[in-house]
Design a protein around this ligand. Structure first.
Ligand code: RET
Length: 253
């Protein structure tokens, strides 16, 4: 771990603290709002609660690991020799990314013959993406980082293909307002998920190692807040709109 200024150290420290607050706050929101949507959509909200609950726990561990990795003295943060543990983040993704994908596929309530294979493809690709990214993340060798990063990008591109092309085919069968939300959530997915590989590439942008460490930790934490809490709120909106559309249809019948 490189030496950091006190300001850099605190910036990451406070971002992790914000992430814990966002995850725990979202957990309460998703648990309470479960009863505001139709029964068919509750599983998506349960999955949202699980995602932010798991992430809240991991951010507490990440925060403590950061705390133990540095000591602040005379305006400088010196590495203590205890390594910062990146595994918490990757294990978190391993658990939460498949859950996020399941949320999306479930809330759409696609016919089983389309939804189940699509979910399997997405989950397998997401697992491969994360497993392939980890050896690069923990390597201090730029060449190794590059190779694993490139390998990890292959399943990433495949996920985008499935979300754009295959999910696109299911859109016409969805109610009009839901179509718009699904398009938005796809864009949010691209915008937030796209943030992760860009953050991973920070060490290649010619910035010094301390800025790189700070940028990577802040980038991942902010992306996590958007991809888990923001995404969960969007899923909640879809579930609510679909509940209203179902109620209107049954009232008309
Ligand atoms: C890595 C390695 C470099 C190449 C790529 C990556 C992609 C990571 C992504 C992570 C998404 C995480 C989410 C977490 C939310 O819970 C592994 C950084 C493509 C897309 C959505």
């Amino acid at each position: 771990m490189p030496q950091l200024s006190a300001g850099q150290y605190m910036l990451v420290y406070n971002t992790f603290s914000l992430a814990i607050a966002a995850m725990l706050g979202s957990f309460v929101f998703f648990v309470l709002s479960r009863n505001l949507v139709g029964e068919k959509y509750r599983m998506s909200l349960i999955l949202s609660s699980l995602v932010v609950g798991i992430a809240g726990y991991h951010y507490i561990r990440i925060f403590n690991s950061w705390d133990h990795a540095y000591t602040l003295m005379d305006g400088v943060a010196n590495p203590t020799g205890t390594p910062f543990n990146d595994a918490y983040r990757y294990v978190d993704w391993l658990l939460t990314v498949p859950l996020l994908l399941a949320e999306l596929v479930l809330v759409l309530r696609l016919p089983k013959k389309d939804g189940t294979p699509m979910l399997w493809k997405l989950v397998i690709a997401a697992t491969a993406m994360i497993l392939l990214g980890y050896p690069g993340e923990i390597s201090s060798d730029m060449g190794t980082r590059f190779i694993w990063g490139t390998l990890s990008s292959i399943p990433f591109v495949y996920i985008l293909y499935v979300l754009w092309i295959e999910l696109g085919r299911s859109l016409p069968s969805q109610p009009e307002p839901v179509q718009k939300l699904v398009k938005n959530i796809r864009l949010l997915t691209l915008a937030t998920w796209g943030f992760y590989p860009i953050t991973y590439c920070l060490p290649y942008f010619g910035i010094n190692p301390s800025d790189s460490v700070v940028g990577i930790q802040m980038g991942y934490a902010i992306a996590d807040i958007l991809a888990k809490c923001g995404y969960g709120v969007m899923i909640y909106n879809i579930a609510k709109l679909k509940t209203e559309a179902d109620n209107a249809a049954s009232a008309a019948a």
